[in-house]
Design a protein around this ligand. Structure first.
Ligand code: MG
Length: 501
């Protein structure tokens, strides 16, 4: 059995290599590739996706998975062996249901669509992107029908990013959150003069922003020997192994928080990928549990830690030394309130912790309609704008600041958005537990010491890679499943203090 297991690992490692090559081409496409290369790159990516899919759905792998199950289970549920067989079997069963031709078609379509989305967003002309979006949605409908579902077609798509979570469960949690958050947003609006972020707007030299971003990354624990930072239109993290993790950020010379919190956010993702147990390298377990758990890591660093008073107590003097002119006369508490300013924004990635989730509810609801063929692509901008008005009281003037703002649909990712709010929820559940396990956590942040926090995350989350599902992992750590109470308590207590509610 040992020999057979080793053979399975070799087969899976080759597939992992192909996927890493695709990821590298994808990274290059967003960071360095000249635009004229889009068509060829699409073919290259599609060839790799096809090879990877074909190599995976063989009878040989299927046979090995069945044969090895009993043997692997004797090693214990948490063991590398049992986890690998369990997780790969789930992937295998799903992959078998999808014809290679559909995978190729999706990769080709999305790779081209991405370029049209960039142009469409730049010109704020929805008609450039909409035919591609239409194609992407119909391909996703085909995909969902191949994968199968019990209650809602959208479940099959969510499952790709958040295994075993259903639309109905998410809807339940989101409905409670929506009801609780709307009055908080209203109260903050009444007290909006309490907080200003005008010190964050002005002229901020890009090189200096990069210098501060690097300082943040180094202090938090990003290992530059195993990763690098570059620029892209939409910040993201990708990794080719735990020893090669790439993050990107963007710089707005007129608004400082864009790069600071973008960098901390992606760093949270990167630390996760860097912390996976080396024993899982080149296996399908060498990835995060799910997008929701991945996002819990980025949100924890970006918001709970990165927007805390204690964090800025440590970093503010450094920031003041880099941007003397801008911050010399700004007291620390004023700055802290500034980075936590809450006001409805048209742009999701620039939204604050309170209003952010509204953007997710909107996208979750539209996707659910698209996939169930209850909303036409041509009617989507109007539906978008109407929901913005209902949830946040504001309406986009152009589609660039409306429906064209996000990259996700152009990449074919439908079912991805809800994982952002799930990440917020999980981050708060984790932080509550961290406070219990590490009574000195606030003091550590205050002193710029992040090693204990990182060790806790490595031990409880990072090292496991993809062994457990979201609910398994969260229950193991906190004793309860996905629960929005800690998140709501966190928002209420923090913003009551900042806005004197
Ligand atoms: Mg993220």
């Amino acid at each position: 059995m040992e020999t057979k297991y080793k053979h399975l690992l070799e087969l899976l490692a080759e597939i992992k290599d192909l996927n890493a090559a695709s990821a590298l081409l994808g990274w290059d496409q967003q960071v360095f590739m000249p635009p004229q290369s889009a068509q060829t790159r699409a073919m290259q990516l599609s060839t790799l996706a096809k090879l990877s899919h074909e190599k995976f759905i063989t009878d040989e792998i299927g046979g090995l998975l069945s044969e090895l199950k009993g043997w692997a289970d004797t090693k214990g549920y948490d063991s590398d062996e049992a986890s690998l067989i369990r997780v790969v079997k789930r992937d295998y069963d799903k992959a078998k249901k999808v014809p290679t031709e559909l995978i190729t078609e999706i990769t080709k379509t999305t790779s081209i669509a991405y370029e049209y989305w960039v142009e469409s967003r730049k010109k704020s002309d929805y008609s450039i992107f909409s035919p591609h979006l239409e194609k992407i949605i119909s391909l996703n409908i085909r995909l969902a029908d191949c994968l199968g579902y019990k209650e809602n077609r959208y479940d099959a798509l969510i499952d790709q990013f958040e295994p075993e979570l259903k639309t109905s469960q998410i809807e339940k949690i989101f409905t409670v959150l929506k009801l609780e958050l709307i009055p908080i947003i209203g109260k903050i609006k009444e007290n909006r003069d309490t907080v200003s972020d005008k010190m964050l707007c002005g002229e901020f030299d890009e090189q200096k922003q990069l210098q501060f971003s690097n300082e943040l990354l180094k202090t938090i624990g990003f290992d530059f020997n195993c990763g690098r930072i570059d620029k892209s239109v939409h910040p993201f993290t990708t990794s080719f192994s735990s020893k090669d993790v790439r993050i990107t950020t963007r710089f707005d010379t007129k608004f400082l928080p864009t790069s600071i919190f973008g960098t901390i956010h992606e760093c949270g993702h990167a630390l996760y990928d860097m912390g996976i147990n080396p024993s899982l390298e080149r296996t399908p377990l060498c990835e995060g549990t799910s997008l929701g758990i991945h996002e819990s890591q980025s949100r924890l660093w970006e918001n709970i830690i990165g927007r805390s008073y204690n964090f800025w107590y440590h970093f503010y003097p450094k920031l003041q030394s880099i941007f003397k002119e801008q911050f010399d006369n700004v007291p620390m508490f004023t700055f802290y309130k500034g980075v936590n300013k809450s006001a409805p924004s048209l742009i999701r990635v620039e939204s604050d912790e309170v209003t952010y989730n509204m953007h997710i509810f909107l996208r979750f609801e539209l996707e659910n309609l698209f996939i169930n063929e209850k909303l036409k692509v041509s009617d989507a901008p109007a539906a978008w704008n109407e929901k913005m008005k209902t949830y946040l009281g504001i309406t986009p003037k152009t589609d660039s600041e409306g429906i064209l703002q996000d990259i996700h649909w152009s990449l074919g990712s439908i079912g991805y958005f809800p994982t952002y709010t799930i990440g917020n929820i999980v981050a708060s559940q984790l932080y509550d537990k961290m406070k219990k396990d590490m009574p000195d956590i606030e003091k550590d942040i205050y002193s710029g010491k992040f090693i204990e926090i990182l060790s806790w995350l490595r031990k409880n989350i990072h090292q496991h890679g993809r062994k457990f599902t979201l609910n398994e992992l969260v229950t193991r750590i906190t004793g309860s499943e996905l629960d929005s109470t800690p998140y709501l308590n966190y928002i209420k207590s923090k913003f009551t203090q900042i806005y004197k509610l």
